[in-house]
Design a protein around this ligand. Sequence first.
Ligand code: NAD
Ligand code: TYD
Length: 357
Amino acid sequence: MTILVTGGAGFIGANFVLDWLAQSNEPIVNLDKLTYAGNLETLAGLQGDARHTFVPGDIGDNALVASLLAMHQPRAVLNFAAESHVDRSIRSPEDFVQTNVVGTFRLLEAVRAYWNGLQSEAKTSFCLLHVSTEEVYGSLGATDPPFTETHRYEPNSPYSASKAASDHLVRAYHHTYGLPVLTTNCSNNYGPYHFPEKLIPLMIVNAMAGKSLPVYGDGMQVRDWLYVKDHCSAIRRVLEAGQPGEVYNIGGWNEKSNSEIVHTVCTLLDELRPKADGTPYSTQITTVKDRPGHDRRYAIDASKIERELGWKPAETFESGIRKTVQWYLANPDWAAHVQSGAYRDWVQTQYAGTAVA
Ligand code: NAD
Ligand code: TYD
């Protein structure tokens, strides 16, 4: 038995690969295009491990995907590959349409052809698990109930619109062709190996570098936060016991404003790595121009996955954020290496004229 994972050199995909191989001997074929967000250093511990086969390439390369499926005969395909950063989608939406929409479509075509050729038991037990986001549901008002799986799709950014399109294609391949699919819509993840363009790792690495901590607008936007290893355990559970054609929302029941998140990170750093001059890290917080079309609030109702599959997050926000800050303090080289020339160009464009750049 083998599984094929796409995007397994990115933040969540790599955490998934590492967790999977720590708990199982089932081999993984890992297809990743190695964009700026893909990082083989995260997987360095798997060098020489015969259970992990890394293949550089694009999910939109139909011939490559078809040959990998034919060669490795996976029992499941897990699609993590995506362009994932909202701010980048505002500046360069084309990449998001290419990978998230066209790439997912081509992956579905290759998987459908492979699945059609499978025999009896292999065909019945096969599935494609599509990893998606709560952002497809749009933005909530302060007192609205959290997103359930039947919430209407109302994506507001090019990122969420492209993910919504991919979810619709996955759904259509189930309804039209009978392809066994599972879709998961998860809230904001945080944890080890998170690229420091996203809120939590950016705040940690900037704080340590003595740079500004840029909060968009009034900082009162709310997100639900889930420790990445909890997301990985939820995906394993959905793969194991999810019903084909079903959608599962995954969340941490941890709604926090951005301002609260940034202050929590600062307080932990004050405790774990106090500044030599005794000033608190919160003095580095600055307000910067808001993101255009910024969604005000996301919140996930994760009761379906708990009720039907018995999954619950293991970490509280307090335990998860402490582990995360500790991880970045213990692994400064990882963060330094991903902050390459291309990363510096991004920071200069996105935060032009502020002390962050
Ligand atoms: P990421 O940006 O860290 O990693 C994406 C990975 O996909 C990278 O390794 C990249 O090289 C690879 N990739 C990009 N385009 C590709 C292509 N065309 N072919 C093959 N590989 C390609 O993203 P992430 O945060 O790990 O997110 C993984 C998935 O989870 C995405 O589908 C995202 O929409 C979803 N998701 C993310 C979050 C979050 O908080 N990060 C929350 C919910 C859902
Ligand atoms: P982000 O980590 O980009 O995830 P998403 O947009 O997918 O939720 O951002 C999380 C929140 O933090 C979002 O409301 C935007 C905000 N934010 C800042 O205030 N400053 C920053 O520098 C970044 C990157 C994000």
